[in-house]
Structures are given as C-alpha cells and as structure tokens.
Design a protein around this ligand. Structure first.
Ligand SMILES: Nc1nc2c(ncn2[C@@H]2O[C@H](COP(=O)(O)OP(=O)(O)OP(=O)(O)O)[C@@H](O)[C@H]2O)c(=O)[nH]1
Ligand SMILES: C=C(OP(=O)(O)O)C(=O)O
Length: 303
C-alpha cells in the first residue's frame, strides 16, 4: 500500500486540495506542520485487558496465545511511540494494569530511588511487574506509576467502560499534566495497541502533518487506527465501526480541518486472519510474532 494522505474537511487548504489515494503529501516531508511546531506530544494507547481482545482470532489462537499476542502487539506499539523523539510521554489506559505492566514495564528503565529516600513502593516502579498496578478500582485518571515519566499506566475505572470512555480518561490525565497555563495545549496522539507494522517514521509523519486533526485510517478505509488532535479541542471520540466517516463528520461539525492518512504502518491492524495475510512479509517474520506464525501453520494444516 503506498503511503499517502487526503484532505477531508470543510475548510481544506485550497493550496493543497484533495490528493488522490496513495499520492504523496506535501506535508509529509518531515518538516513540522503548523500544528506540530513547539508542541508537546502525549500519546494515549487504549488497551482493554490481557484476555478479552483478539476475539476474532479465537478460532486460531487459544486464550494463552491470544493474551501473548495482545502483549506483543502492545509492546510493539508502545515501544515504537517511546522510540519517537517527538513523543514526550505515553499513557496506556487499561482496566488491566497488572497485565499491562507485565507486558510493557521493561520498556522503560526502572526508577532509581533518590539516595536519601526509601525505595518507592513496587506499585510505582515499572520493573515491579506482577505486583505493580494491582491497586484495583481508582478514580478516573489514577496514574498507576509515573516511572521515569515517559510511560504511564492509567487505570480505566469500571464505571467508565468502553474504548471512547478510555480515551476520555486519557485526555483528562493529559489535561492534568499541563503545568504552564500559558503554554499551548499538548498534541494528543491516540494509537491503538494492535498495529504490528507501525514505525517511528509513521508516528513522526502523523505528527508533522499540517492539519489540526489527523485521522490515520485502516486498510478498508472505514476505521481509525490513530488520531492526532489538540488535547483541549472540543471533539467527541467516535471510535467503533465506521469511525473514519464518524470522525470526519465530527471534525466538520466542530469546524476543524481534518486530514486522512493511509500509510502501511498505520493502516494494518491485526484483528483477523485476513489482517495477518495482509501484513508485510518482514513483519510476519518477526520473532515476536513467531507464536502466531506457528498457530497459523497449525490452522493451515488443519491440526
Ligand atoms: N482501555 C480500553 N481499550 C479498549 C477498549 N476496547 C478496545 N480497546 C482497545 O482499542 C484497540 C482497538 O480495539 P479492537 O480493534 O477492537 O481490538 P481487540 O479488542 O483486541 O479485538 P477484538 O476482540 O477483535 O474486538 C485495542 O488496543 C484495544 O485493546 C476498552 O473498552 N477499553
Ligand atoms: C475501533 C475501531 O476499529 P477496530 O475494532 O477494527 O480496531 C475503529 O476503527 O474505530
């Protein structure tokens, strides 16, 4: 799939106009667009839990394999976001902080306690693994750990279920992180936790884009895998079936320009066997996906 972008908005820049699918985008040169210059970027990754996801692969993967896959995919996405110098911090919003720390905790260095203080409780240390995040119910936006600051696990309260509610929780935490009221609001980068081909270049291209709202759509050009917007803009998240048109309608309703981006790394998620077949060969061959590969072989041979 060639990488490209299309403007889709009530007030799309006449200088740019709509681009055909797959066409190069003048804003994708790596130069920061107007909305990216000098802005802090906080990524928000929704991760429901370590067991219920990837249900559309349940005919191929047993529960333990599905759980492993959820962790592997989340680790890839969060690791990629952390590897982008443009991303200041990554918040993972989840109702399963224990699983999330197990999957992601080693991506950030353990917190070194100040020499004159007692070591921090395990629940505030990414390396705390299993014990970390076992706090159970908490207020919306409870940060389970600040770690060295770049990776933060945020508990999604049971009273606010669902993907869009999870992102609202993340957005509230981001608002609470703002320390200088005079500074422009952070850019929020929402990224699903199941994008196996996502690269740092993809992340940086989205963030460099010259549009207030950037929607990275899926292979079918019907959903939204990533979304970039100002953290303080009035915008209702509309993730779910048909979220691309829903997000464009929402931007239209708010009078804000939106651009649609479709790049290989942002478009391929991994929900179905078809998605697996569509993954670039080098991604399928990756070591961290080898368990899935074996399961596919099993399914293929009918055993
Ligand atoms: N925190 C949170 N994340 C969610 C919720 N629902 C979905 N997500 C996350 O949103 C992303 C996209 O979700 P889906 O594509 O439906 O992925 P999935 O739940 O693994 O797959 P299916 O079981 O096939 O629906 C994944 O990172 C999910 O973990 C939710 O209610 N809360
Ligand atoms: C949540 C979405 O889709 P999926 O379940 O395929 O990730 C979406 O595209 O908004």
């Amino acid at each position: 799939m060639p990488d490209g972008a299309t403007s889709a908005s009530p007030d799309a820049s006449p200088a740019r106009g709509d681009l055909p699918d797959g066409g190069p985008h003048p804003g994708d040169t790596g130069a920061a667009g107007a909305h990216a210059v000098g802005r802090r970027v906080v990524a928000v990754v929704p991760l429901r839990d370590g067991s219920s996801g990837k249900s559309r692969l349940a005919s191929v993967l047993d529960p333990a394999e599905r759980s492993r896959l959820i962790g592997v995919l989340a680790r890839h996405v969060v690791g990629t976001l952390l590897a982008s110098e443009a991303v200041e911090r990554v918040l993972v919003v989840t109702s399963d902080p224990r699983f999330t720390w197990r999957a992601l905790g080693s991506l950030v260095p353990p917190v070194r306690p100040p020499l004159d203080e007692a070591p921090p409780a395990e629940s505030s240390t990414p390396a705390g693994g299993d014990e970390a995040g076992a706090a159970g119910e908490g207020a919306a936006g409870d940060a389970e750990a600040d770690g060295p600051g770049r990776l933060q696990i945020v508990l999604q309260p049971a009273s606010r279920p669902g993907l869009n509610a999870a992102l609202d929780v993340g957005r509230e935490v981001v608002a609470g992180l703002a320390t200088d009221p005079a500074a422009p609001a952070a850019r929020l980068l929402v990224a699903h936790a199941d994008l196996p081909a996502l690269t740092v270049e993809d992340v940086d291209a989205l963030l460099a884009h010259d549009a207030p709202i950037v929607v990275a759509t899926d292979r079918a050009r019907s959903g939204t895998n990533l979304l970039v917007l100002d953290a303080d803009v009035a915008f209702t998240f509309r993730f779910g079936v048909g979220s691309l048109p829903a997000h464009l309608a929402e931007a239209d309703h708010r009078g804000v320009r939106a651009a649609v981006v479709q790049r290989t790394g942002t478009a391929v998620d991994l929900d179905t066997l078809d998605d697996w077949a569509e993954l670039p060969a080098d991604v399928r061959a990756r070591d961290d996906l080898s368990a899935l590969h074996r399961a596919m072989d099993r399914a293929g041979s009918g055993t």
